[in-house]
Structure formats: structure tokens, C-alpha cells
Write a protein that binds this ligand. Structure first.
Ligand code: TNX
Length: 606
């Protein structure tokens, strides 16, 4: 049972929430200005004081947040209860205003309160206030090292140390104030507020209840600037609405990058005007032989815009030169044999590649990357680079070097799976490391030449791995990954010879050979995604499996109330579910469901 949410903790002796300096003395009834109170006012004041004394404490504790905040200073005498006429006030900045609108929108359904949004300048009084303080130096890289500019709950060093994504939250009995240097910081602070409200705030319909926030101060900012998840929309295609819902899950846990694996052997999922057959032919199927699909330019823009509102950057991946069977079905002149291969609906890897010896390959790549870059506001373009087993190493390295140049021409920063490490360094390049052994001299050498790393260790962060032997879907080639294993590593020290400063952040990939629906996506993401998010966001000193488990447990009721599927991992002390245990809808309606296999098959298809 999770004491923070469902159990009723022992009620501590409660200090009155009313300030003794200004509270009316009920025996000498005057207001703070000394005027005598009328009988009605006196009765209301008495009711308020009695209500404050009798009110139960907020059901969630201030520290019950995932990912764990950097600093938490509870003040049990300062709980704040949302009044029915609550107003969200915000500084006059369009992006901050948008965060305030999203905050109000998440309060309205369950509370049934109107929650208007107002300007702090026009209407500066109490309530829920979001303010942008002057932006200070951006904090990037690890924050575990001693840092004199570290913000603290006493306000020393102040907002300038909150950096590009940090926030400060003050909950007092007379109002709530969220401060950040940027709209992104305000957005992350709103996610904290959401978790501090009772779980019923996730209800899509009004619920009667007291909407109390625990009093005190949180000062918080991320350990790593890159915190992400990847969705493979190539092996199985997912509708735009499903992708938007994944963005919501990322945003809840302060993840700020969504990597979309847009192309693979089984399907090409992004329309390219210059190469129209990629969508019509390349997008026509998926694993298991279903109809597949492809995002139009407008679909992709919708995803990018939706993510941007939630301070999530989309990282598009065009996997090259391998994993390209779908592209070759559409443009066979790029195939080494110049013959269109049949569409591929299996789950093997490593058999396809674009011909690196043909100049038409580079024209194709420039067309594709140029259009994708033009539609992508974020700084990154991911070129894949994994498992091109049929391309000799030296040819492969030259190919990657040309690709890095093409990406640089688009103005983006290149990201690739760590197989690109042997290629020459390109300014700013980032390797996404998905190994299983912390000793990788080739990756460490690329770091010495200037590369930075995104860490996705397959045996901890691959969310397509099964939780346990009886998990109904998923791979197990990198082992079984239960929640403890997902949580049990340190991105700052994971790779030998790679200093924490070279680690840009952490990403949890979800490959979808065996994942066919939104419910299955959620089942694989939750509850492991919050574990990865905590590694990426929280200072290492907060790392504590047993405390994490207890904090995470409180999220089960939130997901259930919101209608989100999750795996009731046995190692988490979930509170009892009043509405029964959610189950994973299975893949029974699919023709030829793919058969999970115990090891990865790396061979050409027949
Ligand atoms: C490896 S990780 C792959 C993918 C598979 C995945 C399955 C990586 C860069 N390549 O092609 O889908 O394993 O776990």
C-alpha cells in the first residue's frame, strides 16, 4: 500500500493554516484593520478557521513526485486547497500563457471548476500563479558536481540557476506560485503540480473531492538535457492519435525528446514529395502483413506541433544504409542488384542496404533528409546506421561520412546508432549507444574525438524487452527487464572511459516487432518509462529503489483513472484498484501474429 495516496496516514498535530498575524480573533471580532466584524463575516471566519483545523492533510506528500525533484522542503502547515473559483494567473508571454492554458485544461475535467486563465499584470492577486523570471545561464550536463550557483529552497542563487528547464514551486495555504526562467520550466512544474493533486485529478469527468496540494517548496531541474523515448512506427504503423498519446506520457515524466524510427525493412512511414513511391509503395505493409501506413507531411507537422506545445522535440530517424528494404521496394534502382525485393513482413534484420557505390543513393538521401529536415523544427536528424551487416566496414565508414556531410548541409546535428562510431568525427555528432557491455573502446574513442552520447543500454533501457518470462509480448535478446532493472544503472558512469560530461542524456527505445496497438505500447512503456525518466532527470543522490518503488506505486491509480494501460509489475506495491485490475488486450484479431523468438535472427529473408 502506498502511504502517500490511498492509505490514510496518521494525522499529525496540525498547525492552523490561517496566519495568526492576520486571522480574526474570534473573541474580539475585528478585521486586520481593526474594524468590527459583522455577524455574517464573523460566522464565515469561524467556519474557515474550524475548516482549516479539521481538514485532512493533502493526500499526496510533497516528495511523492516522479522523477524525484532535486530539492523538496515540505511545510505541512501550508497545504493549499483549490477553491471552486480558482484562477490560473500567468505572466504576459505567449508561450507561458499556453502552459497556463494547458494547466487549466488539466484541472477542469475532474474538478468541474471553470478555472479561467488571467494575466498577472491585469489581475495580480493570489490563486495559482505562473511567472517567468529573467532567464539566466542555461544549466546543461550533469549537476551532481558541487555547484555554487545551485538554486535552493531558501531562494539563494534564485531563478537564474533554474536553467533552461528548471522550476521553483511554492505551495502556501493562500496560493501557489510556480517560477521558471523559461516556458519549458513552467511546463515541467505543471507536471509536478499534476502529480501533487489527488489521483482523481486524472478523471475525465467531475469528481467531488477536496483538491488539496501539499504545502512547501520544490526547487528542481534536470540532470541531463536530453531525456527521450523512441517509438518504432516502421515495424508496426501507429495512427497520429496514438503518437500524440505517447507524447503525453513522455511529457508527464518530464521527458523532452520523442525519437520516431520512421523507416525500416517493413515500412517507410514519412511521405517525401520528391520520392512519392516511398509512401505509396514503401508504406504499404508492416510486420505480420497488415496494411501499414505512412504519415503525410501534414500528419508529421501535427505530431511535431503537438509535441512542441508539450516541450517535447521530435527527432526523426531515417535508417541508412541498412534497414532499407521498404525503400528498395519503391526505388529498386538503389538496390545493389537493381531489382525490387518483395515487401518484407518478418522480423529479421541486417539483410538490406542501399548501394553505397551508386551516386543515385546520395541524391536520394539528400532529397529525403532535406525534406525531413525542413519539416523538423528540432536540431537533430537521426541517420540510423545500425546493422548494415552486408556493407564492408571501410565502405560503411565512407558512406556514414558522406551522410554526416549531407546532414550538416541541412543545418541539423547528426545522430546515429553507435555503429557509426568508426566514421570520422563531424561537428557536434551524437552517438546513440545501445550496447549491453559497459566496455566499448570504439565508442569511447569516438567520444575522445568529440562525439557525445545518448545512452540506451539494451539490457536496461529497451522497452521492447519482456518484463518477465510470462510477459505476453516482446523480445528477450537483451534479457528480461523488470522495473528494478530498468532503474538499476547510472548514465553518468555506465560506459568505461566516457565521462559524464560526454553524456547528453538517456533514451528508452520501443521497437515494435511484437507491439501492435496503443494498449500494447502503454503496457510496455508503463511503468518502466518513469524509471528511465528518473535516471535522466533526478540528481544521482536521490537514486533509491525502495523510495522510487513507493513513489511509483501511486501512479497506478492515476493511469487507471485516466484509462491508460500499464503492467502491474509485481515488485511495485500498487494500491488496491477500486475498479479492478486493467488487463492487456491481446492480439487475437490479427492475421498471423508474429511469434516472439528467444534470440534475434540475423539473416536475409527467403
Ligand atoms: C536491434 S537497436 C535493432 C532493431 C530491432 C531491435 C529489437 C537497433 C539500433 N537495432 O532493428 O528492432 O534490436 O530489440
Amino acid at each position: 500500500m502506498h502511504p502517500g495516496v490511498d492509505a490514510v496516514p496518521p494525522v499529525p498535530p496540525r498547525a492552523p493554516e490561517t496566519d495568526p498575524e492576520t486571522a480574526p480573533d474570534l473573541l474580539a471580532p475585528t478585521d486586520p484593520a481593526g474594524r468590527r466584524l459583522a455577524a455574517g463575516e464573523l460566522a464565515r471566519a469561524a467556519a474557515r478557521v474550524a475548516g482549516d483545523r479539521l481538514a485532512p492533510p493533502a493526500p499526496v506528500r510533497l516528495g511523492d513526485v516522479v522523477p524525484a525533484p532535486e530539492q523538496v522542503e515540505p511545510d505541512p502547515a501550508a497545504d493549499f486547497t483549490l477553491p471552486a473559483d480558482a484562477v490560473v494567473r500567468v505572466d504576459p508571454d505567449p508561450a507561458a500563457r499556453d502552459v497556463a492554458e494547458q494547466f487549466a485544461a488539466l484541472l477542469r475535467p475532474a474538478t468541474g471548476y471553470p478555472v479561467p486563465v488571467a494575466d498577472t499584470v491585469a489581475d495580480p492577486a493570489g490563486g495559482l500563479t505562473l511567472t517567468l523570471s529573467g532567464a539566466g545561464p542555461h544549466v546543461t550536463g550533469p549537476i551532481d558536481a558541487p555547484d555554487t550557483a545551485r538554486p535552493d529552497t531558501a531562494g539563494r542563487a534564485g531563478a537564474e540557476a533554474l536553467g533552461a528547464e528548471g522550476y521553483r514551486l511554492d505551495v502556501r495555504s493562500d496560493g501557489v506560485r510556480l517560477t521558471a526562467a523559461t516556458p519549458a520550466g513552467l511546463f515541467h512544474g505543471v507536471q509536478t503540480l499534476r502529480q501533487l493533486l489527488p489521483a482523481a485529478i486524472e478523471s475525465p469527468a467531475p469528481v467531488t473531492g477536496r483538491w488539496t496540494l501539499p504545502g512547501g517548496t520544490i526547487v528542481d531541474r534536470p540532470r541531463f538535457p536530453y531525456r527521450g523515448a523512441m517509438l518504432d512506427v516502421a515495424r508496426h504503423f501507429f495512427a497520429v492519435a496514438d503518437v500524440l498519446r505517447v507524447v503525453d506520457h513522455l511529457a508527464r515524466y518530464k521527458l523532452n525528446h520523442l525519437h520516431l524510427h520512421l523507416t525500416d525493412d517493413q515500412g517507410w512511414r514519412i511521405a517525401v514529395d520528391a520520392r512519392p513511391r516511398l509512401a505509396t509503395v514503401g508504406g504499404a505493409t508492416q510486420v505480420g502483413g497488415g496494411p501499414g501506413g505512412c504519415y503525410s507531411a501534414a500528419d508529421y507537422r501535427r505530431i511535431v506541433r503537438y509535441a512542441a506545445r508539450r516541450h517535447v522535440t521530435v527527432v526523426p530517424e531515417i535508417d541508412l544504409p541498412g534497414h532499407t528494404n521498404a525503400a528498395l521496394t519503391a526505388y529498386p534502382e538503389l538496390a545493389p542488384e537493381r531489382v525490387a525485393p518483395p515487401p518484407y513482413t518478418g522480423t529479421a534484420v541486417g539483410f538490406s542496404y542501399l548501394d553505397p557505390a551508386d551516386e543515385r543513393t546520395y541524391a536520394f538521401v539528400a532529397d529525403v533528409l532535406g525534406e525531413v529536415a525542413a519539416r523538423t523544427p528540432g536540431p537533430y536528424l537521426h541517420i540510423g546506421g545500425d546493422e548494415a551487416f552486408k556493407v564492408p566496414p571501410d565502405v560503411y565508414a565512407r558512406f556514414v561520412e558522406r551522410l554526416q556531410g549531407i546532414v550538416a548541409d541541412t543545418g541539423k546535428t547528426v545522430v546515429g546508432w553507435h555503429q557509426i562510431a568508426p566514421a570520422g568525427h563531424a561537428e557536434g555528432r551524437i552517438l546513440q549507444w545501445w550496447g549491453t557491455q559497459g566496455n566499448d573502446p570504439v565508442a569511447a574513442e569516438a567520444v575522445r574525438r568529440g562525439a557525445r552520447l545518448i545512452l540506451s543500454p539494451a539490457n536496461h533501457a529497451y522497452l521492447d524487452m519482456r518484463y518477465a518470462p510470462d510477459t505476453p509480448i516482446g523480445h528477450d535478446w537483451a534479457g528480461l527487464i523488470d522495473v528494478a532493472r530498468a532503474y538499476d544503472w547510472d548514465p553518468g558512469t555506465h560506459l568505461d572511459g566516457v565521462p559524464a560530461e560526454a553524456v547528453l542524456g538517456v533514451e528508452a527505445p520501443l521497437w515494435t516487432e511484437f507491439v501492435t496497438s496503443l494498449a500494447e505500447i502503454e503496457f510496455m512503456l508503463l511503468p518502466r518509462l518513469p524509471a528511465v525518466a528518473e535516471l535522466a532527470w533526478s540528481p544521482r543522490r536521490t537514486h533509491d529503489w525502495s523510495a522510487f518503488r513507493d513513489r511509483l506505486a501511486g501512479h497506478g491509480p492515476r493511469w487507471s483513472i485516466a484509462g491508460i494501460t500499464f503492467h502491474r509489475a509485481p515488485e511495485i506495491p500498487w494500491p488496491a484498484e477500486p475498479h479492478g485490475i486493467p488487463h492487456l488486450p491481446t492480439q487475437t484479431s490479427r492475421p498471423e501474429p508474429p511469434q516472439p523468438r528467444r534470440t534475434r535472427r540475423v539473416s536475409p529473408p527467403r
